[in-house]
Design a protein around this ligand. Structure first.
Ligand SMILES: [Zn+2]
Length: 437
């Protein structure tokens, strides 16, 4: 049986119909609470939609996005009119990472924080973390919502190393000395760290690390990226998903690794067509909307995450009944429209990382010349590569054309020409103006 059928919380295996009744109850409570305690929601939620009869009716409520939060907090600093509790009851804030403009704050009450950490423990437990393990938390600890997730590992009783984002050489020493068997980083960083370790004469595959949690980028959902990180470290990679406006990790893979189980007792997931806003079917790609149903400092209702996902609701082989995200395919903002064809950079990444002659590093540069989109894909060959470079460039170009339907120019450099990513990689450079408007 192993770790597959062990659960942190009985709610994880609750019958789906019963679960949906719980969600509806919590949704109505959230709406009632928000309208009563926040000017913003009072103004935005119509009278007739304040007590819903079914979960499907959620689609009648208005959507909101990051910009709404930013405007709200700018007009009424610093927590805005979405705040539903007295400021005195807020015990923790995280801020959004890496976005442009003013950082927005996500507030938590003491209870919000406590149930969140219990959820993090549940997720870590589902990925196999136990009291006897050692866990290294190598995510930013400063104002970043991924920071406190480490307390979830501590709640399980695992020895928890609050490493944060220390210099890589030092982190490798920490791994060497304290011998954690679990670590959490971004996928780019897991790769970079492995390469750095190698250069320091420390073989990552021979290290104590056997399980790597990754989040923050699509990498963990891209088969070829995952495999290369797994080979580099001789470890298993588990994909996690988090969002700064809600809480750290909201979904993650169990030991059976059939997609990312969502914390559905904390949030309702909708997946919609980006153009029409209509719900898409299971297996189809769409933008994920999240509605919090167990976070009270600042509930979010139909929040547009900007993340493109697919989902399934069938019970997982591990016994858990929650909806699973079957892939985080990237951000809407990163979706390229090349001569009318939609292309996710993650699809180009998948092709590049299937080639053993390439290092896996890449950059996509888009320009518009004479009203035409031109895409240059830059990558690198490995030191061992001894073949004909222009043939390889041609091969890659043809593969991208046949799989994605776009023509590109492919340039292959020597190993270590392209800049190395540390935390969140900037691999897409779009020099066209106003293409997203
Ligand atoms: Zn599962």
């Amino acid at each position: 049986m192993g770790k597959s059928m062990e659960f942190w919380d009985p709610i994880e295996t609750m019958d789906r119909r019963e679960f949906e009744r719980l969600q509806l109850k919590r949704l109505n409570k959230t709406i009632e609470f928000s309208v009563k305690n926040s000017r913003y929601y009072k103004d935005n939620i119509p009278q007739g939609l304040r007590n819903l009869n079914s979960l499907e009716d959620i689609s009648k409520l208005p959507m909101m996005d990051k910009d709404d939060i930013r405007k709200d907090q700018e007009s009424k600093p610093f927590l805005g009119e979405m705040l539903c509790v007295p400021e005195d009851d807020v015990v923790y804030i995280s801020t959004s990472s890496g976005s442009t403009g003013m950082p927005t704050a996500s507030p938590f009450t003491k209870k919000d924080f406590d149930v969140w950490i219990d959820y993090e423990a549940r997720q870590f437990y589902s990925s196999g973390l136990r009291k006897s393990d050692r866990y290294c938390h190598a995510l930013n600890l400063s104002l970043f919502v991924g920071g406190p997730c480490v307390l979830g590992a501590q709640r399980i009783g695992a020895l928890s190393i609050h490493a944060g984002t220390m210099p890589s050489e030092r982190l490798i020493k920490v791994i060497e000395h304290f011998r954690p068997n679990f670590i959490w980083t971004t996928p780019s960083y897991a790769w970079y760290l492995g390469e750095t370790a190698d250069k320091m004469g420390f073989d990552p595959a021979a290290s104590s690390i056997k399980n790597i949690f990754v989040a923050g980028e699509p990498g963990g959902s891209i088969e070829n990226t995952r495999k290369r990180i797994e080979n580099l470290w001789d470890a298993k990679v588990f994909d996690y998903y988090g969002i700064s406006d809600i809480f750290g990790s909201c979904a993650g893979e169990c030991v059976d690794q059939n997609g990312l189980h969502v914390a559905e007792d904390h949030m309702i997931v909708e997946v919609v067509d980006t153009k029409t806003g209509e719900h898409v079917s299971e297996g189809e790609k769409g933008e994920m909307l999240l509605t919090t149903i167990n976070k009270w400092a600042r509930p979010l209702i139909r929040f547009r995450t900007g993340d493109i996902v697919t989902y399934e609701t069938e019970r997982c082989s591990c016994g858990r009944t929650s909806m699973r995200l079957m892939g985080i395919h990237g951000r809407i903002d990163d979706m390229l429209i090349i001569k009318g064809v939609n292309v996710m950079p993650s699809a180009i990444e998948a092709i590049i990382r299937s080639h053993p002659s390439l290092t896996g590093e890449y950059r996509i540069i888009v320009d518009r010349e004479d009203h035409l989109d031109r895409v240059v894909v830059e990558t690198e060959h490995t030191k061992k590569f001894a073949g004909n470079l222009s043939n390889l460039e041609e091969e890659l170009k043809n593969e991208i054309r046949s799989k994605l339907g776009i023509s590109t120019k492919v340039v292959i450099y020597d190993e270590e020409t392209l800049p190395r990513a540390t935390h969140k990689a900037k691999r897409l450079i779009d020099n066209r103006k106003d293409v997203w408007k």
